[in-house]
Structures are given as C-alpha cells and as structure tokens.
Design a protein around this ligand. Structure first.
Ligand SMILES: Cc1cc2nc3c(=O)[nH]c(=O)nc-3n(C[C@H](O)[C@H](O)[C@H](O)COP(=O)(O)O)c2cc1C
Length: 395
C-alpha cells in the first residue's frame, strides 16, 4: 500500500495526481469552462456560509449514515460519474467501485467509462451502483444502455442534462485534447516526463476506450471510432417527453443530474423522478452558471421534501458537505476528489480519500453538536448578508 501518511486532504491528492499524470491529462481533470469563474465560485460559495454550532451537547455517539431510497449510506456522500477514469489509473472504474463498496457508499458509473458497466458490476458485488446516462441521437442505443444497466443490477439511473452543448474548455484546446492527445512536441515531452503513467496506462495494456459503446455502434470500435461516436452522436434535443419515456422504460430509481433551476426540479417531480442532482458539472460546462450550493436553499424549498435533493460541484471538505446537509440536501457527490485520489494511488488512494472525508464529516458533526445528521438545520448556519439582496435563503 502506498504511503499516505502525508496525505491529509483533497489538495494533497491533487498534488499526487499532478506528479503521476502528464500535464494535459491533469489539466483535463482540473480545468473548467472558459475563464474558470464558475469553477472558482463553486469553492468560494462555501466560504459565504459559516457555522453557528451548539456546543453544550453530548456528542459521544455520532452517526453519519443517511437513508436514500430505503437503504442507508455509511456517509452522506457518493462518487460522481466521470468519463474515461482508466486514463488516470489502470482499471480505475473497477477500483473506485470496490473502494466505494468497502466504504458503504454508492458509485455512479459514467456512460463514458473505460470499463463496461457489466464488468464494473461484476467487480463490485453487493455494491450500490448507479449508471449515468448520456443520451444519444439513436434511440436504440439509449434503450440498449438502459436495459443493460437494469440487467446488470444497477440500482439507479442518472440522466445528465447539462452537457447538451460541446463545452469550451480552453486548457484542453490549448493542450490539443480532442479525440486523442495531439502529438505535439510539448505533449510528447509531457508524456515522457511521466514514465510510470505511460507504462501503467498506455504501454502495458490496451488503450482504455469507451467500453459501454463497444457493442452499441456499428463499424470499427477502435479508441478513435468510439470517441468520435461519443462526441458527434450526442442528442441535444432531450426534453420533458424524452424524460417521460425514460421514466417509462427504467423501473428502478431515476435521477436527473444538472439541475440549477427550480422549474426543472418541478418538471422532474412531475414526471415521477426519484431524485435530482444540482450540478454545474464542476464548472466544466456553462461558464457563469451558479454554484449548485448557491441555489440549494431555493430548490430545497421548492421541492419541499417530495424527492431527495443531492448536489455536487466544488465539495472538497467535510465542512462543505455538512453545510449542504444543513440547508436540506440529502447527500453530496464528489467528482475530482475521486479522480485525484485514484491517480494518486488507485483503490487504496480512493479508500484513503473517502476515509479522510468521513473523518472530516464526523469531526464537523461533533463540533456542531449533532448526534445524527438529521439534527442539522439552517439555524446552525450564518449566511453572508453583506452582499446586496442577500438574506437567509440566498448564499
Ligand atoms: C474528469 C471528469 C469527467 C467527468 N465526466 C462526466 C461524465 O461522464 N458524466 C457526467 O454526468 N459528469 C461528468 N463529470 C462531472 C461530474 O460528474 C461532477 O458533476 C463534477 O465533477 C462535480 O464537481 P467536482 O469535480 O468539483 O466535485 C466529469 C467531471 C470530471 C472532473
């Protein structure tokens, strides 16, 4: 097992990932859209809310489990879907799924995973696996992906609705990341500077490709062909009718990921979705989008407990998670923290990151005077009222 004695938080994992991955690959994880203002704001939003703990409380016993869809999660967080994780570590999807099972939390597998949904399910028996769906123009492909997820035992389907345009991530454009990493002198130098990654991920095994699509597309299934399909065949006509169709087809729990507007939350409820994920895709898509944490109070109030509200984007500390729960979120998803952790040490890295996050949640919960997370409420938060128009329900 790698030595994580000096790895105390997500930033420490980020440092490890930076040392393992070629610069353009690291940038692909870390970067956001355009000027990266939304990316930065996702973090800054948490600073505008502070704690007002209750300290004369017995917290010798603390429970951080939460119930979701009739089952308990060991901690109030899970792992967000991320494409092509095996580019960061060999078989990363399987290793992350295994670390999530061991930690008692769900893992969301991306449509764009480099290990097929069937193999991931086999590798993590007893796990709580959710499948994230990107919708394609070809309805047959969508139906098949959904049927396969049901067949493979995925508990929930999470349809992502915030990636219907091709994002403008300028780091990637400068680095020449398209279908492939362009073979420029700078990129070759960046790859040569990371020989361990080069061996682990590229030379010692077949190049990780979009495994879920392999059996779906006709014609060649090379890395480039599948990536090309993924980039050119996505559907940006997804509307309420499509969501209804998906609801009819998928019998398990259905969630929509990418909600920032309360009207969309109402629509998700109207068609019978079981949960929503507030997300701005980690600041990677719509520059200028609000942080999910900023719109959380308004959407929690609008939803009024009818379905659970989850969110992601910018969560790096247990205290961030506790703030979201105090506002009314059911749970949180971690994106980049898991990507950094897997690049920083595979399954053991992810296990260490999850344990660190659990420990932080536990500490904050104790400081806040809460034996269970359901005792958290907005009365324990101080909202920044310095900004014009701010009140107790805006951040
Ligand atoms: C490298 C990377 C790949 C991603 N791929 C997907 C994906 O395939 N599907 C999806 O719905 N979201 C994807 N996301 C977005 C995450 O699910 C999540 O919304 C975001 O990372 C949360 O923000 P955070 O990274 O600040 O935690 C990706 C994010 C990253 C960093």
């Amino acid at each position: 097992m790698a030595d994580f004695s000096q790895v105390h938080n997500v930033d420490d994992f980020k440092r490890l990932a930076r040392g393992y991955l070629p610069r353009p690959i690291f940038d692909w994880i870390e970067g956001g859209a355009e000027d990266e203002v939304s990316l930065a704001n996702n973090r800054q939003a948490f600073e505008r809310v502070r704690f007002k703990p209750r300290t004369i409380v017995d917290v010798t016993r603390r429970d951080q489990t939460v119930e979701l869809f009739g089952r308990r999660m060991a901690s109030p967080f899970c792992i967000a879907p991320m494409g092509n994780l095996s580019l960061f570590w060999p078989n990363a999807e399987e290793e992350i799924a295994q670390a999530a099972v061991a930690a008692g939390i769900p893992f969301v597998l991306s449509t764009a995973s480099a290990v097929s949904m069937e193999k991931v399910a086999e590798s993590a028996p007893g796990g709580r696996l959710w499948f994230q769906l990107y919708v394609f123009k070809d309805q047959k492909v969508n139906r098949s992906l959904v049927d396969r997820a049901a067949q493979a035992g995925y508990e929930a389907l999470m349809v992502t609705t915030d990636t219907h345009m091709f994002p403008k991530r300028e780091r990637d454009r400068r680095n020449g990341i398209g279908l492939n990493l362009k073979k420029t002198p700078a990129n070759i130098a960046a790859v040569m500077a990371r020989p361990k990654w080069l061996w682990d991920v590229v030379l010692s095994r077949p190049m990780p490709k979009l495994a879920n699509l392999e059996s779906e597309v006709s014609g060649p299934t090379t890395y480039e062909a599948l990536a090309n399909y993924f980039l050119t065949q996505r559907y940006n006509g997804f509307d309420l009718e499509d969501l209804k169709r998906l609801r009819d087809q998928w019998k398990g729990k259905l969630m929509v990921k990418g909600i920032l507007n309360v009207e969309d939350a109402y629509r998700a409820i109207e068609v019978g979705c079981d949960g929503i994920i507030l997300s701005n895709h980690g600041g990677r898509n719509l520059e200028g989008s609000a942080a999910p944490f900023e719109v959380l109070p308004e959407i929690v109030d609008g939803v009024g407990g009818r379905i659970p509200v989850l969110l992601d984007s910018g969560f790096r500390r247990g205290s961030d998670i506790v703030k979201a729960l105090a506002i009314g979120a059911k749970a949180v998803m971690l994106g980049r923290p898991a990507a950094y952790a897997v690049a920083g040490g595979g399954k053991d890295g992810v296990a260490h990151m999850l344990a660190t996050m659990k420990d932080e949640v536990d500490r904050v919960q104790g400081y806040m005077g809460c034996q269970t997370l359901s005792e958290l409420g907005r009365d324990l938060l101080l909202f920044d009222r310095q900004r014009p128009g701010a009140n107790t329900t805006t951040i």
